[in-house]
Every structure is written in structure tokens, then in C-alpha cells.
Design a protein around this ligand. Sequence first.
Ligand SMILES: [Fe+2]
Length: 366
Amino acid sequence: MSATTVQTRTEPATATLKLHSSAEGKEETEYRYSHLLPFFSQDHYPPLTPFEHIDPGHRALNHSNPRSFLDSATQITELTPNLGTEVFGVDLRALDSDGRDQLALEVARRGLLVFRDQQEFIDAGPDFYREWGSHFGRLHIHPTSGHPQNYPEIHLVYKDANSSFNFEIDDSITSTVWHSDVSYELQPPGLTTFFLLSQPSTGGDTLFTSQVSTLKKLSPQFVAFLKTLKAVHSGVEQANFSRSGKRGGIVRREPVENVHPLIRKHPVTGEEALYVNRQFTRRILGLKREESETLLKFLYDHIDKGGDVQARVHWTPNTVVLWDNRVTAHSAIVDYGDSKQRRHGARITPQAERPVPALEDLDLSF
Ligand SMILES: [Fe+2]
């Protein structure tokens, strides 16, 4: 295990107790995935340490047929020309090491893969989830979110009639907040796996966008300027959200801020992608405040409005979705609150390399 390995205490935290003592208590004990409900330990984690990331997609680059992991597919549909592929008939749980390498390359190329009929994968349980994710990189342990008890590497999103443990700002006119997961880390995630254990009958879809495609929309002159820039990504607001008592009210690792290039290069495909997001990017270094605010607002608006490079995933039961956080952004859609139905999701989040600037030799110091 990594230096971030933690000992998780066994006593349930307040937030979990609330779940079980709610009016829905009887139902909770009968919930099929009650062992995977959010648990908020009181542990304190040390800072993350740097590590060398070897991307599994590299190993598939020289493969004679790097899409042979899809040979058993009964249906493959490109969700949009630029982003996303939906696959039926491939049992993810059965993929061997070579198949997983190919999967990593395919997700890097398509940004987003949606696998249907994955009950075996979902029911394989948290030890399998950890083993699965570890193939793709060191597993990130989230500083504030709930996780299944004793499995801090599994990040949970959760909302039901009585509780919400999501990072949602409730005084906004929209729940749409484009982001790349935990981009404030020095080595943010690459290939990321997410699935729902329970979903509302309608609503709770997820939006995705290709940051390769949003970049390609911009003029070469403008892109050349963006390549010279770097920005601060911050975990402070997310930590303060928890410190205010929401989402379990726990901050287990002190928030960090890190500097990343505005345009990063994927280490396997070499593709360049826009790497700013409204949720975690705070300011562009080297520009005056007004310049930074104006430029970031322009880029966020550009991402918001890019319906022609976006895909929307509907979570039919037993769907497992993988995306490459280096070349995509996504947003939750919280439109199901009135239904009082449960939405319970789990994310496996391997960290990848420190973002590689598209402009070689860009100084990434503060
Ligand atoms: Fe996310």
C-alpha cells in the first residue's frame, strides 16, 4: 500500500448513525448495499506523497489489436463523434491484465466508455474494487467524502430522502458544475471508474465533455497563448464545505493547492486538452486579477456552452462508466431530489502523473 494507507477506526461516525436511525431505519437494514453506505471516520491522513505513475495505456500502444478486449461485445455505439462509447456484452470483471491495459488506452482515446450489464462487477464488492483500480494507478483517498467502512479508497456519492453527502451548493440556480475530479492534487486522477449501486427511476444522469474538443474549438493564436499559462487548483472550498457541517462534516487531510498547466498533454495519446474547471481552478498565475478572472470566465462559459462536444450518460441499472479525468470534464445533474429516491454511487479513482504541460519546459512553480 501507499504512504497514504490509513487505519480506519471501527466506530461509526455521526453521519452514518443518522442514516441508520432515520425513519427509514428498517428499510436501511434491508438495503442490499447497506455495507457500502457512507462512513465518516475521524481519522486524520498525512499529506499525499509524490510517486511515479506508469500508465497502463502505454503497454497497449504496441499491441497488435488494442481493441481485442471488445471482441465479445454484442453492441458498440459511439455516443457522439468526439466523446464516449457505449458497450454491451463485455464483462469488465473478467478482463485480465492485458485487457485492462487495452481498456485504459481506449478510455484515453474516447474519453468516456459506458459498459452496460455489469452486475457481476458491481456485486464483486469493495476488495475487488480496490484490486481493479490498483491496476491503473495508486488509489486516491478522498480527504472529505464518505466511504464504505474500512475501504477509504472507495469514494461515495449519496443522496436519499433524508440525507445528502454530495458536494452540492444548494443556493445556485443550477446543479451543473463542470470539473475534473480532485484536480487540486499534485497528481490528479487519470482513468476513473464509477457506478451506481442504487439509482432514481429517472434523473441523476451525468454530463461529460471532451476537453480535447473544447480546446480544438479555439483559434491557434489563442491556444498558443493558453499554453504559456498555469493556474492554481484548490481543495480549500471543498474542505470548508465539510467544515461547515455538510457532507459528513469531516476533513481528514488538510486541503492543498497545486499549480497545473492550462493545457496538458496526455502521456499516452499525446493529445492536448484544456485543464481548467469552475469547481477547483481559482486563478491564473502571472496575469493581473482582472485578466485571470475574465479569461477563466470565458473558458468556463466555453465549456458550459459546448453541447456539440458533450455526452450525457443515463444510469440504467448495472452500468459501469469509465472516464479519463485528464482529457474530460463532467458534471452531476441533481434533478431527482423531489422523488426522494436513493442515488448511491461509488468511484474508484487512481491517481496519474503530474499534468504534463503542452508547452515543454513550462515552469510549474507557484
Ligand atoms: Fe466528479
